[in-house]
Design a protein around this ligand. Structure first.
Ligand code: FAD
Length: 381
């Protein structure tokens, strides 16, 4: 069986794994293993809102994260995102009808004061209810597939599609991973193993003997609506004060696809059809001039990683075990902070940088689809 030696193996090709690959493979021999498609975990299911929340990271860090992303997008940051597409350079904070919604929206605008600019919209460019109160936030919304492409395209020969067949230990240390794809098997020994596999991190924790929380994933639902005549990107406060997040994507069939998410959508109703029915009413009430009658709706289900204390900490999670680390970002916005921490650790853990290119002989991983691109999706009027 083929055996290769690397400095660093990264498991998981979402935003976190690819960001770290870019930071590390200038000096070390690094391979990234993805068992499905790049971004097919949470990253392509996200809204792409770059939104450092001060209550999670503090004002100073929030401003710094925003600058890190801007620098990367302009080509002078830690990673080169010059070919990534910005869907919008501003996010709208819009409130549904009702006093509570407007109050919550106002409070939200306050929370984001640490970002560059928050303006009250004087001349609305979206057809929101006339007495609606809304804000514009100078914060980017990114097309996440183009971000993944910027991160992966120069490193494709180090990114492989393969499954982990076995974890090979030497004493308490992880020595190698036995990988497989089709009938082909390869053992990759490495100085350091970085697991950024989203919900796939569960098995790594088990294999590394790291005590894990009882419940690792939680089910969530998002809604999509297509052929909307205008774009909305940002946060949407409902009349009960709850939040939803929206991103808008130009559709080849005309108009925009709105992608709507937020934990609250699960509570909205028991079934997808009821969720869609209630959501139709909500958007109709807020955007009273627009008809959503001709639009098509669909629900998306997925599992997000969850840890016992996530609800309160909202910080990225990192578990170290010898030469291995298992990590989750709190959200994609804070991936640069997570990468800083792990890159520093990895550099200090690799004793002798190897310069050779590795060839595992597996196929390259391809890019995943956005949820609205899936050919099997059911759409409802
Ligand atoms: C609906 C939704 C909206 C969101 N919106 C935002 C937002 O607007 N702004 C924001 O900052 N954050 C947002 N987030 C959060 C953000 O998407 C995630 O925090 C981030 O994408 C996580 O990235 P990741 O690389 O850790 O994980 P993932 O993107 O899940 O990547 C993990 C990868 O590992 C692979 N994998 C799994 N198991 C294995 C294995 N055994 N071997 C090899 N590969 C494996 C998976 O296939 C996957 O590609 C949102 C999340 C959701 C669900």
């Amino acid at each position: 069986m083929k055996k290769v030696k690397a400095n660093i193996v990264i498991v998981g090709g979402g935003i976190a794994g690819l960001w770290m690959l870019n930071r590390l493979n200038k000096k070390y021999s690094v391979v990234l293993i993805e068992n499905e498609a790049l971004g097919s975990g949470q990253t392509l299911y996200s809204q792409g809102l770059i939104l450092p929340r001060s209550q999670e990271v503090g004002d100073v860090t929030g401003r710094r994260i925003q600058k890190v992303w801007r620098d990367c997008l302009n080509g002078f940051g830690d990673v080169d995102l010059r070919t990534s597409k910005i869907i919008s350079d501003a996010q709208t904070l819009v409130a549904s009808k009702g006093v509570l919604a407007r109050m919550s929206n106002f409070m939200k605008s306050f929370k984001y004061k640490h970002l560059e600019d928050v303006e009250v919209y004087q001349e609305p460019t979206i057809p929101v209810e006339k007495e609606g109160q809304f804000y514009q936030l100078k914060a980017d919304v990114l097309d996440m597939r183009s971000v993944l492409e910027s991160l992966a395209k120069h490193h494709m020969r180090d990114i492989y599609k393969a499954d982990i067949e076995e974890y090979l230990h030497e004493g308490t240390k992880l020595k190698a991973l036995k990988l497989k794809q089709g009938g082909h098997h390869v053992v990759v020994e490495s100085d350091v193993f970085i697991f950024t596999a989203g919900k796939g991190n569960l098995r790594a924790l088990q294999e590394l003997g790291i005590k894990r929380p009882q419940k690792m994933t939680k089910e969530q639902t998002s809604l999509m609506v297509k052929s909307v005549p205008f774009a909305l990107n940002g946060a949407y406060t409902l009349s009960n004060g709850e939040n939803m997040y929206v991103s808008s994507h130009a559709s080849s069939e005309g108009g925009y696809i709105w992608y709507i998410s937020g934990p609250w959508l699960n509570k909205l109703a028991e079934t997808d059809l009821d969720r869609i029915r209630k959501m139709k009413q909500i958007v109709k009430d807020t955007f009273s001039d627009i008809s959503f009658e001709e639009c098509l709706w669909s629900a998306v289900h997925y599992a997000v990683p969850q840890q016992e204390d996530w609800a309160t900490t909202k910080r990225h999670k990192v578990y170290y075990s010898g030469n291995s680390v298992v990590a989750w970002p709190a959200n994609l916005t804070t991936v640069p902070l997570l990468a800083d921490e792990i890159v520093t650790w990895a550099k200090s853990s690799v004793k002798k940088p190897l310069v050779q290119d590795l060839d595992l002989g597996f196929p390259q991983a391809s890019y995943g689809l956005y949820p609205w691109e899936s050919p099997e999706r059911n759409w409802h009027r």
